[in-house]
Design a protein around this ligand. Structure first.
Ligand SMILES: *Cc1c(COP(=O)(O)O)cnc(C)c1O
Length: 376
């Protein structure tokens, strides 16, 4: 049995090495390191895959969210409703732009933002909602869009963990996450479901005027060369990364299927155990399992983490401190206001290895060790 890793990028690379190496070499030979043709070729391929009008590449997923908020012209003091139960990037860019993050709770089954909590948090200052499709499962976008339309709010989807996830609307429409709201941001961090071999990110929208603005903000606010209409930033997807991503996009559906198969294996192994709650799968979407996250009850979660590590099984706590309890947000401290579900989950979640290269022997070993601990 190979050593078990949270994400096995080495093994995955070996399977596509010839294609990736050729793509990278062609960039080196052309020397078009900045904005080479691969960048737009990848953006077009991703737009086709997602059935989205505009894909604007950028340097990373954090920038994607920041640029989206800048392009929407959100102003200091505007309130942005966001879950606290997420990676820090989602909430950090809100504060960076001097907007006001309004942390709300998540649903205990999907781990995603609770539409009811959004409704309660809306004030006259609310300008946007940032749903996070956490661990690869969509937030309840149908309800979120209804709320947004009723209150005239922007929806900025944080799709960093859920690229490729299908969302099923009650009227039969199917859309990819990241193409439902006003705009979305995604990340190509190597461990993400569509990972580059370095940093990368993209924004997506169907709104032409917004697409032009996103492009401008990402490129020094430039309308034509050396003419800068607004304050922007410098956020580009590297050509080498675009070349890698163009190759890997062809395998995304296969990668998702492998992640789902590993999740199925875990689900079957843990289903009957009273102390292990397997991740719920919302009927409205097709979970792409960026993470496989258990909720453990009546078990010392941190001791399980240590026990697995002793058997060379990595496991992670995503995330050990929710945003509303980070020092960064001390001045926005809503910890007292209470996000009971977020706090409850933070104490109980544990993520097991999930990636495209897990073998049955590894899954068998992981599940047997988890069950052994849980049954002690
Ligand atoms: C990874 C991630 C980001 C940020 O992406 P980077 O490319 O690392 O900047 C944002 N939000 C979520 C939920 C993420 O998982």
């Amino acid at each position: 049995m190979r050593p078990i890793q949270m994400v096995d990028l080495k093994q995955q690379y070996q399977k596509i090495k010839a294609e990736v190496d050729a793509a990278v070499l062609s960039v080196l030979e052309s020397s078009a390191f900045i904005n080479g043709p691969q960048v737009q070729a990848f953006a077009r391929a991703l737009a086709t895959y997602n059935n989205s009008q505009y894909v604007i590449p950028c340097a990373n997923g954090t920038d994607a969210l920041q640029i989206a908020m800048m392009a929407l012209n959100l102003q200091p003091g505007d309130e942005v409703i966001t879950p606290s139960f997420t990676y820090i990037a989602t909430t950090e860019v809100i504060a960076l732009l001097k907007l006001t993050p309004v942390f709300v709770d998540v649903q205990p089954d999907t781990f995603c933002i609770d539409p009811e909590a959004i409704r309660k948090a809306i004030t006259p200052k609310t300008k946007a909602i940032v749903p996070v499709h956490l661990y690869g499962q969509a937030a309840n976008m149908e309800e979120i869009m209804q709320i947004a339309i009723a209150h005239n709010l922007y929806v900025i989807e944080d799709n960093a963990q859920a690229i490729g996830c299908d969302y099923f609307f009650t009227d039969g429409r199917v859309k990819k996450t990241g193409t439902i709201g006003t705009v979305s941001g995604t990340s190509f961090f190597p461990s993400k479901n569509l990972g580059a071999y370095g940093d990368g990110g993209a924004m997506m929208t169907d709104d032409e005027a917004l697409a032009l603005k996103l492009q401008m903000v990402a490129n020094h606010g430039q309308s034509k060369r050396y003419y800068h209409d607004m304050v922007g930033c410098n956020s580009r997807l590297d050509t080498i990364q675009a070349a890698v991503l163009e190759v890997k996009l062809k395998y995304l559906d296969e990668y998702i299927a492998k992640r789902r198969a590993a999740a199925d294996y875990y689900d079957a192994a843990f289903a009957a155990h009273p102390k292990l709650k397997t991740p719920a799968r919302a009927a409205y979407c097709n979970h792409v399992f960026h993470q496989y996250t258990l909720i453990v009850e009546g078990i010392d979660r941190d001791a399980l983490n240590t026990y697995l590590a002793q058997h060379n099984i990595p496991s992670m706590i995503y995330y050990p401190v929710p945003a509303h309890r980070q020092k960064m947000f001390a001045s926005f401290n809503t910890a007292g206001a209470g996000l009971p579900v977020t706090d409850w989950l933070t104490e109980r979640v544990i993520s097991l290895p999930i990636h495209t290269e897990l073998e049955e022997a590894q899954l068998d070993f992981i599940t047997s060790k988890v069950l052994e601990f849980a049954s002690k």
